[in-house]
Design a protein. Structure first.
Length: 110
């Protein structure tokens, strides 16, 4: 089960899957803090979700498949009277730091 995929409380985003895939070290992820100074590790321990298995460890060898269940986060299925749906694509995230120089002005000929 992935933790902090949206990055609402802790950064970086996609932290749990990033640790599993080897993008982030588990200790790096556990040290990340929210705006109140609470670390990911402490937050997981406080709710009993810290776990004892090593991050990224795959019990019994490699996975043959991956399935991720979600609740619907919008009104589409409910409005259509459907109890279940299948996602055929997903959004990836990429962050960029940019610097814009110039002056603020109206979008016209200024």
């Amino acid at each position: 089960i992935w933790t902090n995929e949206e990055g609402t409380r802790f950064t970086p985003v996609m932290m749990g899957s990033g640790v599993f895939a080897g993008v982030f070290d588990a200790e790096f992820a556990r040290r990340q803090q929210d705006r109140d100074g609470v670390s990911v590790g402490d937050a997981l321990a406080a709710i009993g979700y810290r776990g004892t298995q090593r991050a990224g460890e795959v019990p019994g060898g490699m996975y043959a498949a991956y399935f991720e269940a979600h609740i619907e986060q919008g009104p589409v299925l409910e409005a259509a009277g459907l109890p279940i749906g299948v996602v055929s694509g997903a959004l990836g995230q990429q962050w960029y730091d940019v610097t814009v120089t110039g002056q603020d002005a109206h979008a016209g000929p200024t």
